[in-house]
Ligand binder design. Sequence first.
Ligand code: FMN
Length: 332
Amino acid sequence: MEDRKKDHIALAFESQLGINQLDNRFYYEPLLAAHPGDIDFQLNVGGKKVRSPFWVSSMTGGTQKAGYINRNLAKACAQYGMGMGLGSCRILLDSPEYFEDFNLRPIIGNDLPLFANIGIAQLENALEEPILSDWLNLLDKLDVDGLIVHVNPLQEWMQPEGDFIKHPPIETIEAALGLYPYPIIVKEVGQGFGLQSIQKLCKLPLEAIDFGANGGTNFTLLELLRADELRAKIFGPVAQIGHSAEEMVDMVNSIADQDSNDIAFDKIIISGGIKHFLDGYYLHEKSILPALIGQASTMLTYALDSFEELDRFLHLQHQGWTLCKSYLTLKK
Ligand SMILES: Cc1cc2nc3c(=O)[nH]c(=O)nc-3n(C[C@H](O)[C@H](O)[C@H](O)COP(=O)(O)O)c2cc1C
């Protein structure tokens, strides 16, 4: 007790926050709730129930560390009731020896959503060439609940070895919805979607859209970091194009506000640059549609290290969410 009182005196001078550092997004209501217990959250994704508002965004496979990272992530999903998107599964068609990197169903278990991932250019090919059955067999083997299609024209354009997209992606997605009998999620990879793209997606019977908004990992920038100097200089400013997760929540809300029947799916994954639970909670509460908070690089930071580090981070992040639920409401 005496030590604690001494600490308080010593640290009081270090714990001064200026008025400009206040987070003005929330009302803080200390009177209305006891300290929270366990997290209380449920949402149906692909016919399975998640028990966490956080979603592991699609990442890796086919590299030396990928299996280790993916197994850590899947184990954490099982522990916290999170859903997960696999990284692009394209590599498995040519190099089946990487299957174990992606074989996460035995770890995540049967009760949580696990989605495979394909790029729009590969989906285009799969629909045009006789390899659709190879894809369908692969998805069966992975025992996934659905497919995430990443739409990444800027990344493919910046990538020296990138694929050429021959048709408007919306047409390819529409065609896939007619052929693929499982739930489909559509995402970007760090640039987000503009209003017209969101409006088009809202009309499709998707499982969800996953923003992949600008503000975090940005694959246009990432590819330019791999490019030669002139290419990087000429295309550099393109990385700054796109939409933040907040702008995208506002755009989806504006459509839902007019008529929520205009949206053919019942949830969104808010992702792209969500590093802190306060930002995730703010956007989650702001969204009219039920939402999950997707994180890629933030999860990766800890999953790369060890399962124990990831577990510690997720434990605190979920605790943070329960504090938000108990004491914070949004300023409109
Ligand atoms: C290492 C890494 C690999 C990724 N690979 C994929 C991928 O294969 N497919 C995909 O749809 N998105 C991929 N992404 C993009 C993420 O799913 C996410 O949309 C993007 O990183 C923005 O989220 P963040 O700011 O939380 O990282 C990858 C991201 C990272 C960091």
